[in-house]
Design a protein around this ligand. Structure first.
Ligand SMILES: Cc1cc2nc3c(=O)[nH]c(=O)nc-3n(C[C@H](O)[C@H](O)[C@H](O)COP(=O)(O)OP(=O)(O)OC[C@H]3O[C@@H](n4cnc5c(N)ncnc54)[C@H](O)[C@@H]3O)c2cc1C
Length: 315
């Protein structure tokens, strides 16, 4: 059910300039496509987030949380209910150094590039694998973001979460089930199968290292990424998951002759075949049509089903 005047008034009273209605998601996704969010809230702190969660639950409002929008494809009809964005709040980083261990806690809204820089400047080793991933900490944990050099699962110790009913809960690493670009909760999960609470912060175990060596390594990693990826065009990074550790989706797409293939404004990148880019004026419909074409061709040629890594949301 659409938000009524009563609901909109409540949101405006509580969140003031932190809420917008009919907010175009083109502004909040790296793909730069997507229809409007019915209500778009950037809670200024955890107390406001908690209050919002309780309201959504008691008022039965559908909600979804987003980080930086770097892995999202929002459909052209937009998103009903409340979109909660954490990319402009929850930015604290705290560290404790004890002997050969560095314990770092970062809130969900911290951007990974800033976190990587923070660690390099202080000589904390362990996060260089994440260089160049344009994620927030919360999104990176949920996606188990990473590269061939490692992923969030390798450094994460615990997460603090806010459950849909407004209760706080901490999970340590043993209670979290990480797989390739995925976090699921062990057993039935805290909120029933598949339902993930809002991650509010993550604690990580790092090691003391040499700041100069880390900075030199960072330069190399970023140079390689820039050479291989079309980072100058809107995208959501790799569109499909690799079907197996030794089978890259990009290679299959390239061998299927799809590099440069275009539907409307959406194009298979000529630099990296697993990137679908918005070449200008693309709609979500263009991107989804190209996704289906790629899936069909790769299935016909290699009998492999490509599964999107990108989260497709909205209607
Ligand atoms: C140019 C480019 C390069 C990329 N390179 C890589 C790469 O090398 N490796 C890689 O793994 N990914 C890569 N990505 C993909 C993307 O950056 C990651 O998937 C990232 O982790 C998404 O984080 P986000 O904060 O943008 O989350 P969003 O895209 O906003 O959301 C992704 C999912 O996480 C959920 N979510 C977000 N925040 C929270 C939270 N606090 N609590 C609960 N759920 C939450 C959302 O509901 C959604 O389901 C790349 C993307 C781009 C555009």
């Amino acid at each position: 059910m659409p938000l009524g005047t009563k609901e909109k008034n409540w949101l405006t009273e509580q969140f003031g300039r932190h809420v917008r209605f009919d907010e175009p998601m083109t502004r909040h996704t790296y793909f730069k496509v997507g229809g409007p969010a019915e209500a778009f809230v950037t809670p200024p702190d955890t107390a406001a987030l908690e209050q919002l969660m309780r309201w959504c639950r008691s008022d039965r409002q559908p909600w979804m949380v987003i980080g930086g929008g770097s892995n999202l494809l929002v459909k052209d009809g937009g998103i009903g209910g409340v979109v909660i964005s954490l990319s402009r709040c929850l930015k604290d980083i705290r560290t404790t150094v004890g002997g050969s261990d560095v314990r770092l806690t970062a809130q969900a809204g911290v951007k990974l590039p800033s976190l990587c820089r923070y660690c390099i400047e202080r000589g904390f080793a362990g996060f260089n694998f994440a260089l160049g991933i344009p994620s927030t900490v919360g999104g990176a944990i949920v996606m188990n973001a990473g590269t061939a050099r490692g992923s969030m699962a390798d450094v994460l110790e615990s997460v603090d979460c806010l459950q849909p009913d407004g209760r706080w809960v901490r999970f340590d690493r043993r209670g979290l089930d990480f797989s390739y670009r995925c976090l699921s909760w062990k057993g039935s999960g805290p909120n029933g199968e598949g339902e993930i609470p809002i991650i509010v912060d993550g604690s990580f175990s790092l090691k003391p290292g040499d700041a100069k060596k880390l900075a030199d390594e960072a330069k190399e990693i970023l140079k390689m990424r820039t050479a291989k990826q079309p980072i100058d065009q809107p995208s959501a990074g790799c569109f499909f998951k690799n079907p197996a550790p030794d089978r890259s989706a990009g290679e299959l797409i390239e061998k299927a002759g799809l590099k440069g293939r275009q539907i409307g404004g959406a194009r298979v990148s000529t630099r990296h075949a697993n990137f679908i880019v918005n070449g200008g004026g693309a709609t979500a419909r263009d991107i989804l049509a190209l996704m289906e074409l790629v899936q069909k061709r790769v299935a016909e040629k290699f009998a492999v089903e490509l599964v999107p890594e990108v989260k497709i949301v909205g209607h």
